[in-house]
Design a protein around this ligand. Structure first.
Ligand SMILES: NC(=O)c1ccc[n+]([C@@H]2O[C@H](COP(=O)([O-])OP(=O)(O)OC[C@H]3O[C@@H](n4cnc5c(N)ncnc54)[C@H](OP(=O)(O)O)[C@@H]3O)[C@@H](O)[C@H]2O)c1
Length: 293
């Protein structure tokens, strides 16, 4: 059964028929103590997709916001399997912990956070997600930071194609090759760090598009993602910016403006880890060292 989203919420349909809002609210680096407030504000201003992860150590805050607002039947919730929990049995256990913290009966989308090829556990983790999906505990399963080789392997071994790949994507690092691969396989690309963590908005084509349409540079960047067909999950701790990042209607970038922003891509500009080598366990200690309180 699909969730019913309010009128005006932009959605995409995943390959298994599940409908997912196209604009979501990211929760990375929201301090535990502040997560409930930020998620409640995000729901109040109109977000209906919340992107979370066990590694962010704030799933309880998301769960508290869902309970306090009574909106879990109208909100699409994503969380992710942390690296330390990869493996078949450990993924099943980790899922139950996340489900309890979020307080949901059925999770909308569960992702393997990183492939960590060096540990070689992502195939077993994927088998666990497939089981949970077949049992009806999750409505859609996908991956994050997976490259074509990783996806080909899980598909060849299990026959189950992930419906989403959540990847780093912003104007200065948009991964056109990986996006084309996903399009060919029917996998929806979900852009993380869609604003380049706030640092990607001063480029000439972005400033020009923003000026031409009377919008902010952040809105021009987010509109570029929308028109490219990606799901996007900007994060802000501030309610005015939450509103701004959701207010993307009423203007359309031209083909030339889109192409000029596409041109900013530079494979040297990755901000996050390298999917082939990133292997932090993502324990609370690791994450605190990376600025997650
Ligand atoms: N799967 C993965 O491995 C992975 C990795 C990274 C992120 N993610 C997900 O993607 C989400 C978003 O990515 P992100 O948080 O890394 O980066 P982001 O959304 O690109 O940027 C967030 C930064 O931009 C600022 N910002 C937000 N809106 C703005 C606006 N309208 N104008 C100017 N600055 C603005 C925010 O500041 P304020 O908060 O002060 O407003 C914050 O510093 C995360 O929260 C998480 O859910 C997933």
């Amino acid at each position: 059964m699909d969730k019913q989203f309010d009128d005006g919420i932009r959605t995409v349909e995943l390959a298994n028929g599940i409908v997912m809002p196209q604009i979501g609210f990211g929760t990375y680096k929201l301090p535990v103590a502040d997560t409930q407030r930020a998620v409640e504000e995000a729901l109040e201003v109109g977000y209906r997709l919340i992107d979370n992860a066990a590694a962010y150590n704030n799933e309880e805050g998301v769960g508290a916001a869902l309970r306090a607002t009574g909106m879990s039947d109208r909100v699409f919730v994503t969380t992710k399997l942390r690296n330390a929990d990869q493996g078949y049995d450990s993924a099943l256990r980790a899922f139950e912990e996340s489900r309890a913290k979020l307080g949901v009966d059925v999770l909308d989308l569960y992702l393997i956070h990183w492939p960590v090829p060096r540990w070689d556990r992502y195939l077993d983790s994927w088998r666990a997600l497939v089981r949970l999906y077949e049992e009806g505990a999750i409505r859609a399963i996908g991956v994050s930071n997976f490259l074509p080789d990783h996806i080909d392997r899980i598909v060849n071994e299990t026959g189950v194609v992930p419906v989403v790949d959540q990847i780093e994507s912003h104007p200065s690092y948009s991964q056109p090759g990986l996006c084309a691969y996903c399009a060919e396989k029917g996998i929806v690309v979900e852009a993380f760090s869609p604003l380049g963590r706030g640092s990607d908005m001063a480029s000439e084509p972005i400033l020009a598009a923003a000026k031409a349409h009377g919008v902010t540079p952040a809105q021009a960047v987010l509109r570029w993602h929308l028109q490219s067909g990606r799901v996007l999950i900007p994060k802000s701790a501030h309610i005015e910016r939450m509103r701004e990042n959701l207010d993307l209607d009423g203007f359309e970038l031209s083909a030339d403006e889109m192409a000029a922003i596409d041109e900013l891509d530079d494979p040297a500009n990755r901000m996050s880890g390298d999917p082939n080598t990133f292997d932090l366990p993502q324990t609370p200690k690791d994450m605190a060292a990376r600025g997650c309180k």
